[in-house]
Design a protein around this ligand. Structure first.
Ligand code: FAD
Length: 446
């Protein structure tokens, strides 16, 4: 009796219900299919590819420790899964549920293809999210459009307990082993469950308790940085929530709330897969076409230090602080009034944690075409600077041009410096007046 355990974005042995159940079979084949539609398309970038490869190498290592090994194939996942299922005469295939249109379509095609070969498909929920997408709904709709009532229900909904890794698995005899890619680092990030677990341990001993007070401090770097690991499933979100809830206090509570945001966006995308690239709630925007402004934004050369610091952090490290993501996204969509899709695609091209649900629905949230209940609010970078980078340390860290300016007000508003000092800075004047931007946004709609 053989079963296939097909890994997707759940590259871990701990708390993986998909693997746990497949492993109860007499023989199991752990499989990962590199899908060129994902790795070669607009959803991938070289850093995420490195992290994925490192994750596969680490998974293979862990599986070998319990008697298995990872089989890696490349091609259309349906063709590859069915081919292997035929070859080892698998009675069933296990896979985790996921939310994008690509994943939902893959699941439907797989179900049809396996049924044609009289082989079962078992789809596992609550693997990539804490609560299954679609399991929490308001009356009269298939998903929650507003976060707060969703959170209330999400916190009350019963959950399964985290699962330990399987003790042992047995491969079928004579299984050809696929070449597992070798693990690599990307821009200082390490992929894989083993590294993620270390990060989790550090976070629980040395970050969680202060999270509430410090998570919005741009220079403080006081967030978990678990986002790439959550994207690839190196760590289980359900396990994080279960563990965090054993600690009392505002820190753990705030952290759990952020993981609920992640589930929230996933359940929106599951119900509205087209919202990845289409306005969730169209407002009739007439976005502006301004390539020069877009390029200045990408390069971190808008002349607004806080915006530019965020964009430089993105280019240099493949990651950006959440507060900075909101500020640069608001600046692009509401001050420059450029289409949110441009920003979302640029983020996916750069981020190590690029994730369709989290990225594109957060972009829509900030642009005001998504799930924000106050869709027309505009973040003013100067006011944000006072609140979240009062000492200007974040700006000085990411903008070498401004590193020598001691006065925080001047570091955030270098245009206030005497003209002679300004000329030596090699930093641009603001590309737009904030009031002009705000008025244009107010009149551009409808
Ligand atoms: P922590 O503050 O430690 O939070 C823990 C986890 O909670 C995160 O790892 C993440 O999985 C989840 N989380 C936190 N904030 C959010 C949020 N607002 N929405 C959904 N989940 C959240 N997150 C991504 O994982 N991938 C993306 O591509 C992405 N793009 C974004 C684009 C924009 C415009 C904005 C405003 C936010 C985006 N986020 C994205 C959400 C958030 O910025 C990151 O998850 C967070 O900064 C990652 O850092 P961390 O792991 O240290 O977060």
């Amino acid at each position: 009796r053989v079963q296939l355990a097909v890994f997707t974005r759940d590259l871990r042995v701990a708390d993986n219900p998909m693997l746990a159940q497949a492993a109860t079979a007499e023989r199991v084949v752990p499989l990962f299919v590199q899908d060129p539609a994902i790795t070669g398309g607009r959803f991938s970038n070289p850093s995420r590819q490195h992290l994925l490869n490192a994750g596969l190498a680490d998974l293979d290592h862990s599986l070998r420790g319990i008697g298995g090994a990872l089989v890696v194939r490349r091609g259309d996942p349906i063709t590859e899964i069915v081919r292997l299922a035929e070859r080892v005469d698998a009675e069933a295939v296990h896979i985790a549920a996921d939310v994008s249109s690509h994943a939902q379509h893959r699941e439907q095609r797989l179900a049809a293809a396996l049924a044609g070969h009289r082989r079962g498909l078992v789809v596992h929920e609550a693997v990539t999210t804490v609560q299954p997408a679609g399991s929490i709904t308001p009356s009269g709709s298939d998903h929650f459009a507003v976060f707060t009532p969703y959170l209330r229900r999400w916190l009350q909904q019963p959950r399964r307990d985290p699962l330990p890794p399987p003790r042992a698995i047995r491969l079928p005899d004579g299984l050809p082993s696929g070449r597992v890619p070798s693990g690599q680092q990307a821009r200082g990030w390490t992929g894989g469950e083993t590294a993620a677990r270390q990060r989790v341990e550090d976070w629980f001993t040395d970050g969680l308790d202060d999270y509430h007070d410090r998570h919005d401090d741009l220079a403080g770097d006081a967030t978990s940085k678990l986002s790439p690991s959550l994207h690839f499933g190196f760590v289980s979100p359900l396990e994080l929530v279960t563990r965090a809830q054993r600690h009392a206090g505002p820190g753990p509570e705030a952290f759990v709330r952020q993981l609920a945001w992640r589930d929230f966006h996933h359940q929106v995308l599951a119900a509205r897969p087209q919202a990845a690239w289409q306005d969730y709630r169209p407002r009739g925007d007439h976005w502006i076409d301004d390539d020069a402004a877009f390029r200045a934004w990408q390069a971190g050369l808008t002349g607004y230090p806080l915006v530019d610091a965020g964009m430089r952090q993105l280019t240099k490290s493949g990651w950006m602080h959440n507060r900075a993501r909101m500020i640069v996204a608001s600046f692009l969509t509401k001050t420059l009034y450029l289409d949110w899709r441009l920003g979302a695609q640029h983020f996916l091209d750069q981020l190590v944690d690029g994730d369709l649900a989290n990225n594109n629905l957060n972009w829509q949230w900030v642009a005001g075409t998504g799930n924000d209940t106050r869709p027309n609010r505009v973040l003013n970078p100067l006011r944000q600077a006072k609140r979240f980078d009062a000492d200007a340390d974040y700006v000085r860290r990411w903008l070498p041009e401004l590193a020598a300016i001691d006065d925080p007000t001047m570091a955030h508003q270098p245009w206030l410096l005497p003209a002679a000092d300004r000329r030596t800075l090699r930093y641009p004047e603001p590309i737009i007046d904030l009031t002009v931007g705000r008025d244009r946004f107010a009149h551009g709609r409808g």
